[in-house]
Design a protein around this ligand. Structure first.
Ligand SMILES: [Zn+2]
Length: 63
């Protein structure tokens, strides 16, 4: 049995319309990766949870 404080929810990926599993205590601005298409998605709303494509930026500039 899995005991978690957070409830798992499924949010539609804006890229591929697949289901992205998130905890319902996810924070706005959090970046998640779609398990289906690998797109980076930003949480743009939490009530309800909304996802949008994260800005495509190079990630190796910040070290
Ligand atoms: Zn996707």
């Amino acid at each position: 049995m899995i005991a978690q404080l957070a409830t798992q929810i499924a949010v539609e990926c804006p890229e591929c319309a697949g289901a992205v599993g998130l905890n319902d205590n996810v924070l706005k601005g959090e970046i998640v990766t779609c398990p289906d298409c690998g797109a980076e998605l930003e949480v743009v709303g939490v009530n309800p949870v909304l996802l949008d494509l994260a800005p495509q930026e190079e990630e190796d500039w910040g070290e």
